[in-house]
Ligand binder design. Structure first.
Ligand SMILES: [Zn+2]
Length: 365
């Protein structure tokens, strides 16, 4: 908990600039110029293979020299961050550009902070809402969660070129929606918890409204966006979903907090017996949170039916078959140890959580 949280003020963290659209990448150089003329570009191999030429062109045509180029980020680890920050210092870069999915962008954000430089995010797919946030999730080389690194500032610009994002495999957009669908449920739980416990930053109404806007947009546009992308059509609905994931969900979760859905996700992944992607597990766990909270039946069915239609799991058996002991371990971790659980208004009981998961499995809610 930082000092701001202790005095329960309202705060809102956001990137300074968000640009989304076909060809938005060409704004990179124009907007980056305000931060200097020496760029250090950091990304994953696929992302820079797809977007690298356009990034270079946009920077160079605006008089910016690319002094560093690293396209080998595969995992956001402390070691990689140290190494990239060290070489960045030799290059005397003025700003960092992070390109790709969550791992590359989280790495770039942490490298920029180590170098005390501004960072610009360029997303190339829609599985993550990391682009605009001031948080980096650190893992081990073999993708085991280490810690959340809270950085003191957000990226100075977030650039989402929808032409690039729409051409990425559709599964990324589905996973991104699965993660984003949680932010309204978790944000509302967070708000109730703060009101009851009086122990931290009060969420702004703006952040809660963004969570709600995100949810409404996903429900209204998600299925059409998935269908369109499968048919190679870049429609208005695709752009709406990209905004819901990349902007609304990011600012909603960053300015509220994760709760039971992410706690359960973390517990389930710890068992090693649940194989779904982050967004898939979170979507399932959001249904569990909703049932646990005793939300209205209509609302729960709407959420569950939407998940099913867009291709997100509504039952645990679709993403793994953990043993009874593993399941017990997962719920105990989620209810008692995971840091997100403090954002539930009341104490979560492992036995009750197991019972709710059983009902979700049988579709009885
Ligand atoms: Zn998440």
């Amino acid at each position: 908990m930082d000092k701001l949280e202790k005095i329960a003020i309202r705060r809102m963290l956001t990137p300074s600039l968000y640009i989304q659209g076909k060809g938005a990448i060409y704004y990179l150089g124009q907007k980056a110029f305000a931060f200097g003329d020496k760029a250090y570009v950091i990304g994953g191999p696929t992302a820079l293979n797809v977007a690298g030429e356009r990034i270079k062109k946009s920077l160079v045509s605006n008089g910016i020299e690319v002094v560093g180029w690293n396209d080998s980020v595969r995992e956001c680890t402390h070691k990689t961050i140290e190494k990239l920050a060290e070489s960045g210092k030799q290059m005397k870069a003025h700003f960092v550009v992070g390109v790709g999915g969550g791992r590359a962008i989280d790495t770039a954000k942490a490298v920029a902070w180590k170098m005390k430089l501004p960072v610009i995010s360029v997303g190339t797919q829609c599985a993550t809402n990391a682009d605009g946030s001031s948080e980096s999730v650190i893992y081990t080389e073999d993708h085991k969660f280490v810690e959340d690194l809270y950085l003191p500032r957000n990226p100075v610009a977030v650039i989402e070129d929808t032409e690039i994002i729409a051409k990425a495999p559709v599964k990324y957009l589905i996973w991104g929606m699965g993660d984003a669908v949680s932010c309204r449920f978790e944000g509302e739980a967070y708000a109730k918890a703060r009101l009851k416990k009086k122990d931290g930053a009060v969420p702004t109404s703006a952040a809660l409204a963004l969570g709600d806007a995100c949810y409404k947009s996903l429900l209204a546009n998600g299925l059409k966006a998935v269908t369109d992308l499968k048919n190679g059509i870049h429609s208005h609905e695709v752009d709406e979903v990209i905004e819901a994931v990349k902007l609304s969900s990011a600012m909603a979760f960053e300015n509220t907090g994760c709760a039971l859905a992410h706690a359960l996700h973390n517990g389930l992944t710890k068992t090693g017996q649940v194989k779904g992607e982050h967004g898939e597990i979170v979507a399932y766990a959001t249904i569990v949170q909703g049932v646990y909270e005793k939300r209205p039946r209509d609302e729960l069915q709407q959420l569950s039916q939407w998940c099913e239609k867009v291709g997100l799991p509504t039952k645990l058996k679709l993403i793994g078959d953990p043993s009874k002991a593993a399941l017990r371990m997962a719920v105990e971790y989620a209810a008692e140890k995971d840091h997100n659980i403090k954002n539930m208004p009341d104490k979560v009981k492992p036995s009750e959580l197991l019972e709710v998961m059983d009902r979700v499995e049988r579709g009885q809610f």
